[in-house]
Design a protein around this ligand. Structure first.
Ligand SMILES: NC(=O)c1ccc[n+]([C@@H]2O[C@H](COP(=O)([O-])OP(=O)(O)OC[C@H]3O[C@@H](n4cnc5c(N)ncnc54)[C@H](OP(=O)(O)O)[C@@H]3O)[C@@H](O)[C@H]2O)c1
Length: 261
């Protein structure tokens, strides 16, 4: 545990930290003794989690209420971090713009790119540079099984999740020699408030958020990409290795239409 804090502390920055998988990251990192910079849009849930984790683990916590799609994200978070050394960045917040591509207004689709692509590039560039200067640190990008192939009904989201996987892979190789570990964590269906709010019509096996966060933290420093959960790894194997690309895309389309049409 102290080894983890020495390697990736003293501070961790977690986006989308107030609920779901991001909340699990915050809980797991506080339990490892890291101080936290917690980011989400709504202040209330962030503050209540911060109060609970301060009391339980005696760590320092700062909260920042901001939409991570905003162009001034980095200056705002840099000011909030102040002299805190951020040794671990977890970019977890995402926007999915569910539904048929042509029926979603363009600003929604561009917001997917701002939150899921622009933000991780900007954050990894800023905080990754400081980590590289210190010769240690870690970056985790939360991404998805959906990023393995085109996925109808969430085409822009799936493309953004593919972007995060490929970004993490490139940075894993580039920043590794500077002592910065980079990981893409690909989740499958996970029981989070966001997932449940999307009201899927079809029930599918789901993971709980904490095992997803713990598998990511366990894999950090060991490989560039982890698929969380045994069942998700089996599904991913079939999609990537056994089905042709068109068959994998159609399989995903059948599945997402049953869930959301
Ligand atoms: N749940 C799943 O089934 C599933 C499956 C595959 C991959 N994933 C990936 O896992 C990650 C976490 O997913 P999740 O289901 O926990 O839901 P999520 O909606 O990505 O995360 C919820 C958290 O993010 C915050 N948030 C959402 N949009 C934000 C924004 N624009 N700016 C700042 N904070 C924002 C929310 O608080 P506020 O609303 O207060 O901002 C909340 O704290 C995502 O990257 C997602 O792509 C999830």
């Amino acid at each position: 545990m102290n080894g983890f804090r020495d390697r990736y502390g003293p501070w961790a920055l977690v986006t989308g930290a107030s609920e779901g998988i991001g909340e699990s990251f915050a809980r797991a990192l506080a339990a490892r003794g890291l101080h936290l910079l917690l980011v989400a849009r709504r202040t209330g849930p962030l503050e209540s989690l911060a109060g609970e984790l301060r009391a339980a683990h005696g760590v320092e916590i700062r909260t920042v209420s901001i939409d991570v799609g905003r162009p001034d994200l980095v200056p705002v978070l840099d000011a909030a971090a102040g002299d805190a050394e951020v040794g671990l960045l977890v970019h977890n917040a995402a926007f999915s713009a569910l539904g048929p591509f042509l029926e979603r207004p363009l600003p929604d689709l561009l917001q997917v790119i701002d939150v899921n692509c622009r933000a991780p590039v900007a954050l990894a560039h800023h905080f990754g540079r400081r980590m590289a200067e210190r010769g240690r640190g870690g970056i985790v990008l939360m991404t998805s099984l959906a990023g393995g192939q085109g996925t109808p009904m969430v085409a822009t989201y799936a493309a953004s999740k593919a972007f995060e996987i490929v970004l993490a892979e490139g940075l894993w190789d580039e920043l590794g020699p500077a002592g910065v570990d980079v990981l893409a964590c690909r989740a499958g269906p996970t029981r989070t408030p966001s997932y449940e709010a999307s009201r899927p019509k079809k029930k599918v096996p789901m993971m709980e958020p904490m095992p997803v966060a713990l598998e990511a933290l366990e894999a950090l420093g060991k490989k560039p990409v982890v698929v969380a959960g045994r069942l998700n790894r089996a599904v991913n194997f079939v999609m990537q290795r056994m089905l042709s690309r068109p068959a994998a895309i159609r399989f995903m389309g059948k599945h997402t239409r049953k869930m959301y049409e």
